[in-house]
Design a protein around this ligand. Structure first.
Ligand SMILES: Nc1ncnc2c1ncn2[C@@H]1O[C@H](COP(=O)(O)OP(=O)(O)O)[C@@H](O)[C@H]1O
Ligand SMILES: [Mg+2]
Length: 347
């Protein structure tokens, strides 16, 4: 991170960026600063303007007003390719590489090492393998890109960007279709890039991921910037409040809108009291009666999945009690849950 902002300009600085589409002001006078070594996460509800901000920085769209400075010098990216030449690379959820070429060819596409007028394939493969190994990804680079998962394909796209001596890496919702392990793999790559002093802009709507990877967060709402915070100083409730533009009372935060009246107490199958897990979910109560369907509603990242995982024993609760048919029960693992007659269909 920059220690003396007077002397070193930020890696990337955006001032007063504005973009209007025929029917919408997609972005309105937005300021945004990325320091080298930062993972700066952009959050906001659908339509908040996150992708538009990225597309202006990477030359997909042309800005109506505002300035973009890279290392203190004004730039005007005319296309994603131009942005890439300037040192700004983007990885989208759909990787824009060529699935029918090998991993190695994709990494060096358009700039293969030549030998006697021919592409030196062995050199391409050796270098590609080493680049991936730097990120602890050990795969066969001679296989087609399409042979690999979306996560690996994204990492290949990142490695391509890195090998083009990129300074700013932008990831727009890369994790939407990744599973937990793949997200971890991607995050470990992001952390090593951060350690090398690259600046990373990440868009994700999973709040857990924001807290796992970000050191700085900017919140957009209706095309405007509504907040910028160090993640260490931003409570979750405040983040959600800024995203929504509404105060969350304790009441709306965790409330049981329960139609208990139609069920007899003797029909109470599952009774959960004060279940919680530090750093994951605040204490909650839950009642489920025989024959009842209970819905868990909330924003992405609000804790619905975590609640289910806690009840099913995948995650361990560290406080609270559970009663099944009125008897105290012990659910410390899925095996216990199954023994009590629980089933879980994950997302
Ligand atoms: N190419 C476009 N043409 C017209 N409207 C657009 C276009 N791209 C985005 N918008 C509008 O701009 C607003 C911001 O969109 P976007 O930046 O994609 O939001 P986010 O990525 O935060 O979900 C939305 O109202 C969206 O409908
Ligand atoms: Mg978007």
């Amino acid at each position: 991170m920059t220690t003396n902002p007077q002397q070193t300009p930020p890696l990337l600085e955006v001032r007063g960026l504005t973009k209007t589409f025929p029917a919408t002001v997609a972005l309105s006078e937005v300021d945004f600063t990325l320091q080298a070594g930062d993972v700066h996460v952009l959050v906001g509800e659908n339509g908040a303007g996150k992708s538009t901000l990225i597309k202006l920085i990477t030359g997909v769209h042309r800005k109506d007003a505002g300035t973009i400075l890279l290392e203190g010098k004004e730039i005007d990216p005319r296309s994603p390719r131009h942005a890439q030449e300037l040192g700004i690379s983007t990885v989208y959820q759909e990787v824009n590489l060529i699935p029918t070429l090998s991993v190695a060819e994709n990494i060096f596409l358009g700039r293969q090492p030549m030998r006697w007028g021919m592409i030196n394939m062995r050199a391409v493969e050796r270098q590609a393998k080493q680049l991936l190994k730097d990120f602890h990804v050990d795969i066969d680079v001679t296989r087609n890109l399409s042979a690999y998962s979306v996560a690996i394909q994204q990492i290949v796209a990142i490695v391509r960007g890195v090998s083009l001596s990129v300074k700013v890496l932008i990831l727009d919702e890369p994790t939407s279709s990744l599973d937990h392990n793949e997200v971890e793999m991607l995050f470990s790559v992001i952390r090593s890039l951060q350690a090398r002093g690259m600046g990373i802009i990440l868009i994700t709507h999973f709040l857990d991921q924001v807290y796992a990877i970000a050191n700085r967060v900017t919140v957009l709402r209706n095309g405007k910037k509504v907040g910028e915070h160090l993640i260490s100083e931003l409570p979750r409730v405040q983040l959600i409040t800024e995203m929504l533009g509404k105060e969350l009372t304790h009441d709306t935060n965790n409330h049981n809108h329960h139609a208990t009246s139609q069920y007899a107490d003797s029909d109470l199958f599952l009774k959960v009291r004060g279940f919680a897990r530090k750093g994951t979910i605040e204490p909650f109560d839950l009642d489920i009666h025989r024959g009842e369907i209970v819905g868990l509603a909330g924003l992405l990242g609000s804790g619905r999945t975590e609640m289910a995982r806690l009840i099913f024993g995948i995650e361990q609760h560290d406080s609270g009690e559970v009663y099944i048919n009125g008897q105290p029960a012990r659910i410390k693992s899925p095996r216990h849950a199954i023994r009590y007659g629980f089933g879980l269909c994950p997302e």
